[in-house]
Every structure is written in structure tokens, then in C-alpha cells.
Design a protein around this ligand. Sequence first.
Ligand code: LLP
Length: 437
Amino acid sequence: HGTSRSNDLGHLEIGGVDTVQLREQFGTPLYVYDVALIRERANSFLQAFKKRGIKAQVAYASKAFSCVAMVQLAKELDLSLDVVSGGELHTALVAGFPVEKIHFHGNNKSVFEIEMAVEAGIGCFVVDNFYEIELLREAAKKYQKTVSVLLRITPGVEAHTHDYISTGQEDSKFGFDLISGQAEEAIVRVSDDDAFEMLGLHCHIGSQIFETTGFTMAVEKIFSYLAEWKTKLNYVPKVVNLGGGFGIRYIEGDTPLPVSQYIDATIDAVEEQSAKLGIDIPEIWIEPGRSLVGDAGTTLYTIGSEKEIPEVRHYLSVDGGMTDNLRPALYQAKYEAMIANRSNESSQETYSIAGKCCESGDMLIWDIALPFAKHGDLLAVSCTGAYGYSMSNNYNRIPRPAVVFVENGDPTLVVKRETYKDIVQLDLQLSGKGLSK
Ligand code: LLP
């Protein structure tokens, strides 16, 4: 997929760059991003709104993969940016991202984070709870600014892959509840206060979604309440933000829809509901993370040791694992892989791919068919672009891999490989004085 192909040498090539060369130049494990594919996805989202004449913001959910270069790419692609912490916000500011297009999420933003964002003049806060309203009011006063807000509500629709359920009430740590009247109370508090500009409502129904139903159900649910709030509070939203969650294909059998189908269905629902309510169609904002970067990322590993238990399993170990991709251990997430230095050979053997961490659960892939493989071969695990690097860690004091962007035959190093020096960088030596007793 994307620009991946097998070249004349039988090597996997991404963005016109031979992955065997990438290993020589940058070492393994290595995250490789196909920039052309990220561009294509961003444009599909933007075009889907444009062709329907809908005012929209497509905010890249930077939790999926944040680094300065990625934020700069998002800027170049005309995306807005969703950040959920001071660290993601700082990354955005260092990257020179337009502040007015930054949206700040999170269920427990600290005073420090809130002041940092208010001072920077970010585009909007996605306000999660009543305590945050108080903190924001104080920060607005301190910096003498008006703070634009979306209120995050829990519509009681949960979507995951093919399942979508309407729970009525959602038991979640995020957002204002509809049923108990919290959402209505929040609208009143924010609308009545000069410190705020009330932009509209936000919801996020889940992740890795393969159907449009969850999104349309969420729209219907929100509008059923809007009907009430219009009469009672004279409240009409300028913006409805429907979050992220658009699915991608990790393995055969995953059946995401083309981007335009999710967006068209959502626009249809918003248009229909707005007409019913007799209001102007609000701006529609979304926050895709995984669907922008997930399948653009590939992780390259070098195969090391192997262990074969006759009739049971054939393990191949790689030079990374749950430190660079926590998703299999955390969610039993499934991935596909190939032998990148012999990408034209057909599968002969079933292997299980183990990471190098001191933990039995550190298995990247169970039972995958591959050509005969041995130490020194290059393993490419695909679709690791979302929640890979961003959830990487230093378990066993393993340094984080480097990140490379590839496009039109050029590799660009965008995040350096961590070194052992980095690993002990924050550590302090016990002084000769010893510990105080
Ligand atoms: N907006 C909000 C409010 C979110 O909570 C999320 C994801 C997104 C947007 C982006 O969702 P996406 O389009 O990437 O599905 N670590 C997990 C995923 C956690 C998602 C959390 N929120 C994983 O590796 O699958």
C-alpha cells in the first residue's frame, strides 16, 4: 500500500527508498513514514468537506504520533492540531504551528498547562469538566483574554470497529453527561460568562471504527438535545466536533471505509438534523489520528535469535518489541510483516515474532507466514505509524528508535535514535555522603 513496493533487488522500498539502505544508514529498529501517504490522507479528509461546501477543521490528533517534524507536516497540510498535554502543546509551539488552529483536550489539564495555552493564545479548549471551567475562568482573567471553548459531551454512543452501542448513559471519565443535565449546566455556565466564547460541542465515540452508524447516531443524539436547548436556552452551536476514530487496515480482514464515506455520512446527518431544527449548518470539525499516520508507518527490525519447538512454535526475535510497539502487549493488537530484504519470496514457514524485552508478553506477532528467515534478515512490520512511537518507552532501559520520513527517494531523519547517554541523562549519582537515614 502507499508507495511501498518490491524493487529490482527484491527489497521492500518505501517512498522510493530501499529499506535495506535505510538500515545501513540509520540502523534498526527504525520507524519509517511514507510522507506521500500522509499527504494523501490529509487531502482526502479536507476534500471530503470542501466538495460538500462545509466549513470544517480537520485536526490531527497528535497523540497518535507527535514530534516537531510531524507537527510541521500537519501545518504544511493545512490541518489543525489536537493536543492533550503540555508536552504535546510545547511540541506544537516549538514546531511553529499556528496557535489559532490548536485545540487543547484532556480530562485533567493542570493550571500550568492551562496558563501555558491561554498565554500562547490557542484556538480553543475542549472543556471536559466543571473544575476546568473554573480554572479557565481564572486564567482568562489573569491573561485578560477571552477563551474559546468546545464542551465535550458523552453522547452515550460507543463505537469500536463493527460494534456500536447506544448506552444512553456513558460511564466514562471524559466529558459532560447528557442524561443527568451536566451538559446543559455547562452550556449555561460558559455562555453566561464574558471570559468565554462558546464555540460549540464535542464528542468522541471511539477508535478504529469501520462503520458510519456510530457517527450518525452521535449526531442524532446531540441534535435531540439541541432541540431542547434551542427552545429552553436559545442555544445554537457554531461548531460540532465529532472527534476521531476512523479505522485503518492493520491486517487482512480489517475493512475500513474510504475517508469520504465517513465524512459524507456525517455531513448528511448534520445537514438533515440542522434542517429539522431550522438552524444553519454548523461547522463540522473532526480529529483523526490513526487514519492520518497509522498505515504510513512501518517499523524495520533486524532478526536475531530463533527458537524452534518442534510441532509447537518457531520464534524469531527482533531487536525491538514492546518498547517501540506496546499495542500487541497492551491490546492484543494484530500486525502483518514481511522479510524486507527478500520481499519477492513467497511464504514457506510459520513464525512468531518476539521482542527482546524481559517479559513473555513481549510478542509482536503470533503465527505469521513468512519466507524462510534467519538472523540478519530485515523484518518490516507495517501499519505502526499510530500509537507506536508515541507510546514507546524505555523498559529494560532500551533506547527509543529513530524516526525517518521518506518521500520521492529521499530519507529525512526527523527523530534521532536515543543513546545510552540519553538513558541515564536524568539520573543522579548517589553522592559520597550516601542516603540520609
Ligand atoms: N479525539 C479524541 C478526543 C480522542 O480521544 C482520540 C483518541 C482521537 C481524537 C483520535 O482517535 P483516532 O483517530 O486516532 O482513533 N492508544 C490507542 C488509541 C487511543 C485513542 C485515544 N483517543 C491505540 O493504540 O489503539
